[in-house]
Ligand binder design. Structure first.
Ligand SMILES: Nc1nc2c(c(=O)[nH]1)N[C@H]1C(S)=C(S)[C@@H](COP(=O)(O)OP(=O)(O)OC[C@H]3O[C@@H](n4cnc5c(=O)[nH]c(N)nc54)[C@H](O)[C@@H]3O)O[C@H]1N2
Ligand SMILES: Nc1nc2c(c(=O)[nH]1)N[C@H]1C(S)=C(S)[C@@H](COP(=O)(O)OP(=O)(O)OC[C@H]3O[C@@H](n4cnc5c(=O)[nH]c(N)nc54)[C@H](O)[C@@H]3O)O[C@H]1N2
Ligand SMILES: [Mo]
Length: 765
C-alpha cells in the first residue's frame, strides 16, 4: 500500500480480496435478471416508493436526464420506462437516502477513510453540507458557504499567476453550470481547464476535427433504423450504454447486420432481451452480433488496413465497391491512401490483428455490397498511444464507402458521461478558441486569456512539480480516474488548496492539498428551486441534441446548492462585485445564462426550441457534407501507421476496463454479471493457453508491474481468471489498475492516457 507524507493517507485503498464466485459468462444481455438487479439497487438505496417515483420521471419529456451515460432518448419513450439497469443504478447511487454529514466526518478521519475501498466510500451516502479539512487536521469540519467561497478567493489571490490554478470538470455538469464555470475561469485569467474527456473521447475529437471538421459524431438515433451494417468497435454497450442495444435490435429487425470488433466477446453484443418490451423479456431475445472479429488489443489499425486492402482489390475488379463520385466530390488524399495500403502484405496484417481470415472475408463481402454503414466506438479505440489514428482509420473506411451525410450511415463515437459533450460545446477546454474568446469579449466586456491551458495529464505534472497550487473540481473523482494513482496523489497533496464540488464522497476528497473543501451540490434528479420557482437545466446527448432536464425529487439536504450557484459564489467572492459579469444574478437565474449561451455559442439560438421547450440539434457540418473549413475544402483521408509494441517475452498488453457494476470510479457493486465474475474486482482475465504456459491455474494470485522510463509501478493481489481473450492480452478493472498507467505516456495529439494498452509483467505470489 502506498502511503504519502504528513497525513497518513492511502492513495489506493485496501488490496484485500472480497470472496470471488465464478460462473459461466452470460450469453445474453438484459432480460429479467437486469430488471431484478436494477430494482434491488433502487430499493436498497431509495426505498420502494421513492424508487418508483424517481423512475417514472427518468428520461421522460418533462423529467430529468439519466445521470448515467449520454445515449440519446428516442422520440417516443417506452411506456415501460426509458432507462436501463445501469441507469437505475446510477440514479440509486445519486438519490440514496444515506447521508455523509458532520457526524460521519467527526467519527471517521480522512486517514481511516482512505483505507476503505472505493465501494465502501461511495456507499457512505450523499454529501449534505460544506466541509473543510484544515491544515494539520485529519477530520473534516463544517464550514459556512460564504466562508468557503472567501477561502477559495483568498487562496486564488495569493497565487503568483492565474496559471497556478487548475479547474477540472467532469461530464455530469449541465450546460449552464459548465458555461458559467468556463466563464469564471477565463475571467480569472487561465485556460487551465482539464476535463474528464481528456481521458476519454479526446482522441475522437482530435481525429474527427482533423478529418471531417467537427469533433463530434454525425449519426442520429434514427440512422440505426436504416443502417445496413453497424460496426461496434472497442465498446461494450451491454454494460456501458445498454439503451444502445435497443437501437441495434431495431437495426437487426430491419435487416441490418452488426459486426463487433473486440478482444472480448462481450455478452451484451451476443443476444439482447429487451426489458422495455414484454416480448423481449419473455422470448429468447434478439441475436445481435452477426460477425465477431476477436482482434488483439490495439491491433485495430492492421485489421482495418486489411479490410480496406481487400475492398480496394474488389473495387479494382468491379469498379463500384468504393463510392467514386463521393470520393471525387468530397475528399482529399484518396490516391495517397491507396498507395499506402499497397506497401502492406496481407499475411502480416492477418498475423498482427490475430483474426481468422474467413471472418474478415465475410465482413469484406458485407461492406462491399452495402454503403449505409455506421461505425460506433468508445474507449477501446481512444485510450491507446495511436488513439487518434485508430479513429482516422475508421473515417478512411467510411469515406471510401461514401458512408457519411446520408441516412443510415456515419460516425458514432459513443460518449461517456451524460453531458460530457455539452460541457465541451459550451466552452470547457484547455485549448484557445479565438472565435469563442472574441464572442466572450464582445458579450461580457473582458478579454479572455489567449495562452493554451493544461489538460489532465499536464495538470497532474504541474501540481506534482508545484507549478500549480490550487485545484478545483466541478464534479468527478480526479485521483482515481487519472493515470498513475500514486504520482497523482502526490501531485494533489502538493497543492495548498483542493476543492471538490460533488454529490458523493470519493477518494479525491481524502487525498488532498494542505487545506481541502467539499462543496455539496444538488444531483440531476433533485428539485432545484429558487424563490418557489422551479429551475431546469439543459444537456447535450451523444448525438448533438440539446434538451431540458428537470429534477423532481426532494433534495437530500436543505443545505445543498446548485452548481451554478456555487460557481457564482466563488466568482463573487473573488471579484467582490468588481467585474463586468453579473455573477450573482447569472448564477441564480439559469434563463439569463441561457440567454448568454445563445449569444456566445453557435447553434443555441433556436427559436423553435425556446417557444416549445423541445430539444434541438446543434449544427453538424458532416450531416450537410460541408467540409469548407478543411484544407482544400474536402474531408481528409489519413495515412496511419501501424501501432508498435516491442514486447519482451514475458510481457503482456493489459487493457483496463469497466465491470458491469461500476460507473467509472463509482463502484455500484462487486459483480460483473455478464462476464461471470461475482463478488470480486481484483481479477485479471488471461488467455487459457497463457495461463498454462506460465504454470498458473484458475484463481492463482499474481502481482502486476509496468516498467516505463526505468520506473517500476506495481499493482498487487489479483486473481487469475482463464478467459476467452487473445494470447498475450490481459484485462483488469479500473480504477484498481490505474497505478500501472504512467502519467507521461498518452496518445499522440490527444494526450489521452494509454489505459487500454499498458505493457505489464506478472509475478506469481
Ligand atoms: N454502467 C456504466 N456506464 C458507463 C460508464 C460506466 O463506467 N458504467 N462509463 C461511461 C463513460 S465515461 C464512458 S467513456 C463509456 C465507456 O464505455 P466503453 O468504452 O464501452 O467502456 P470500457 O469498459 O472501457 O470498454 C472498452 C471496450 O473496448 C474493448 N477494447 C479494449 N481495448 C481494445 C482494442 O484495442 N481494440 C478493440 N477493438 N477493443 C478494445 C474492451 O474489451 C471493452 O469491451 O461508458 C459510459 N457509460
Ligand atoms: N485506467 C482507466 N482509467 C480511466 C478510464 C479507463 O477506461 N481506464 N476511463 C476514463 C474515462 S472514459 C473517464 S470519463 C474518466 C472519469 O473521470 P471522472 O469524471 O473524474 O470520474 P467519475 O468516477 O465519473 O466521477 C464520480 C464522482 O463525480 C461526482 N458527481 C456525480 N454526479 C455529480 C453531479 O451531478 N455534479 C457534481 N458536481 N458531481 C457529481 C461524485 O462525487 C462522484 O464521486 O475516468 C478515466 N479513467
Ligand atoms: Mo468517459
Amino acid at each position: 500500500m502506498s502511503t504519502i507524507k504528513k497525513r497518513n493517507i492511502s492513495a489506493v485503498g485496501p488490496n484485500e480480496f472480497t470472496g470471488i464466485k465464478l460462473k459461466e459468462p452470460a450469453n445474453y444481455a438484459a432480460g429479467i435478471p437486469a430488471v431484478k438487479v436494477a430494482l434491488q439497487h433502487a430499493f436498497k438505496e431509495m426505498g420502494v416508493v421513492k424508487s418508483f417515483h424517481a423512475l417514472s420521471q427518468m428520461n421522460q419529456k418533462e423529467g430529468f436526464d439519466c445521470p448515467g451515460c449520454a445515449w440519446p432518448d428516442p422520440e417516443k419513450p417506452s411506456k415501460l420506462g426509458e432507462y436501463c439497469e445501469n441507469g437505475v443504478k446510477a440514479l440509486a447511487e445519486e438519490a440514496t437516502n444515506k447521508k455523509v454529514d458532520q457526524n460521519f466526518f467527526s467519527k471517521h478521519s480522512v486517514e481511516e477513510l482512505s483505507n476503505w475501498s472505493d465501494y465502501q466510500i461511495g456507499k457512505s451516502g450523499r454529501l449534505v453540507e460544506p466541509m473543510i479539512l484544515k491544515p494539520d487536521s485529519i477530520h473534516y469540519e463544517p464550514i459556512s458557504w460564504q466562508d468557503s467561497y472567501d477561502l477559495i478567493a483568498e487562496e486564488l489571490r495569493k497565487l503568483d499567476s492565474p496559471n497556478e490554478a487548475i479547474f477540472y470538470t467532469s461530464g455530469r455538469s449541465s450546460n449552464e453550470a459548465a458555461f458559467l464555470y468556463g466563464l469564471f475561469v477565463r475571467a480569472f485569467g487561465t485556460n487551465n481547464m482539464p476535463d474528464c474527456s481528456n481521458m476519454c473521447h479526446e482522441s475522437s475529437g482530435v481525429a474527427l476535427s482533423e478529418t471531417l471538421g467537427i469533433g463530434k459524431g454525425s449519426v442520429k438515433l434514427e440512422d440505426f433504423d436504416e443502417a445496413e451494417v453497424v460496426i461496434v468497435m472497442g465498446q461494450n454497450p451491454g454494460t456501458n450504454h445498454p439503451r444502445m442495444l435497443s437501437a441495434l435490435q431495431k437495426c437487426k429487425e430491419n435487416g441490418g447486420k452488426v459486426i463487433s470488433i473486440n478482444p472480448l466477446e462481450e455478452a451484451g453484443l451476443i443476444r439482447f432481451k429487451n426489458p422495455q418490451q414484454v416480448k423481449g423479456i419473455l422470448s429468447s431475445g434478439t441475436p445481435l452480433t452477426d460477425i465477431h472479429l476477436q482482434v488483439k488489443i490495439n491491433q485495430d489499425v492492421p485489421l482495418l488496413k486489411l479490410i480496406i486492402k481487400k475492398l480496394a482489390a474488389l473495387d479494382k475488379e468491379k469498379g463500384d465497391v468504393f463510392d467514386h463520385e463521393f470520393i471525387k466530390t468530397y475528399t482529399k488524399g484518396y490516391k495517397e491512401l491507396l498507395k499506402d495500403i499497397k506497401q502492406y502484405q496481407e499475411e502480416d496484417l492477418i498475423r498482427l490483428c490475430g483474426v481468422k481470415e474467413e471472418l474478415i472475408d465475410e465482413v469484406v463481402a458485407l461492406l462491399a455490397k452495402n454503403d449505409k454503414i455506421i461505425i460506433c466506438w468508445a474507449m477501446g479505440l481512444t485510450q491507446h498511444k495511436n488513439g487518434v489514428e485508430n479513429i482516422k482509420e475508421c473515417v478512411n473506411l467510411l469515406l471510401l464507402k461514401g458512408s457519411l451525410g446520408k441516412p443510415g450511415a456515419g460516425t458514432c463515437p459513443v460518449r461517456g458521461h451524460s453531458n460530457v459533450q455539452g460541457d465541451r460545446t459550451v466552452g470547457i477546454m484547455h485549448h484557445v478558441s479565438p472565435a469563442l474568446n472574441k464572442s466572450i469579449e464582445a458579450t461580457f466586456g473582458f478579454t479572455p486569456p489567449d495562452t493554451e491551458g493544461l489538460d489532465t495529464v499536464h495538470a497532474i505534472e504541474a501540481m506534482y512539480k508545484k507549478k500549480a497550487k490550487v485545484f478545483i473540481a466541478l464534479g468527478g473523482n480526479f485521483l482515481s480516474a487519472a493515470s498513475d494513482t500514486v504520482y497523482t496523489a502526490e501531485a494533489l497533496q502538493n497543492c495548498s488548496l483542493t476543492v471538490n464540488i460533488s454529490t458523493k464522497l470519493n477518494r479525491t476528497h481524502l487525498v488532498t492539498g494542505k487545506t481541502a473543501l467539499i462543496l455539496p451540490t444538488l444531483g440531476r434528479s433533485e428539485l432545484d428551486e429558487k424563490n418557489g420557482k422551479q429551475r431546469f437545466f439543459t444537456v447535450e446527448n451523444s448525438m448533438g441534441k440539446v434538451h431540458r432536464s428537470k429534477g423532481l425529487m426532494k433534495p437530500v439536504s436543505d443545505n445543498l446548492k446548485s452548481e451554478p450557484e456555487i460557481v457564482g459564489g466563488i466568482a463573487n467572492a473573488y471579484f467582490k462585485g468588481n467585474h463586468a459579469v453579473q455573477w450573482k444574478s447569472l448564477s441564480e437565474n439559469y434563463e439569463l445564462i441561457r440567454e448568454k449561451i445563445e449569444v456566445v455559442i453557435k447553434g443555441f439560438n433556436n427559436i423553435e426550441h425556446k417557444s416549445k421547450g423541445m430539444g434541438f440539434y446543434l449544427p453538424n457540418n458532416v450531416r450537410d457534407l460541408d467540409f469548407s473549413k478543411l484544407p482544400g475544402q474536402k474531408a481528409q483521408f489519413s495515412i496511419c501507421n501501424l501501432p508498435e509494441h516491442k514486447l519482451k517475452e514475458d510481457e503482456f498488453i493489459l487493457m483496463t476496463i469497466r465491470s458491469h457494476d461500476q460507473f467509472n470510479t463509482t463502484i455500484y457493486g462487486l459483480d460483473d454479471r455478464y462476464r461471470g465474475i461475482y463478488n470480486e474486482r481484483r481479477v485479471v482475465l488471461m488467455n487459457h493457453e497463457d495461463v498454462k504456459q506460465y504454470g498458473l491455474k484458475k484463481l492463482d494470485i499474481i502481482n502486476l508491474t509496468s516498467h516505463y522510463d526505468n520506473k517500476e509501478r506495481k499493482a498487487i493481489n489479483f486473481l487469475v481468471i482463464p478467459y476467452n481473450i487473445p494470447k498475450g492480452n490481459m484485462a483488469a478493472y479500473f480504477p484498481e489498475t490505474n497505478v500501472l498507467v504512467p502519467y507521461n505516456h498518452f496518445a499522440d495529439k490527444s494526450h489521452t492516457p494509454i489505459s487500454k494498452s499498458i505493457v505489464v509483467r506478472m509475478h506469481k505470489v
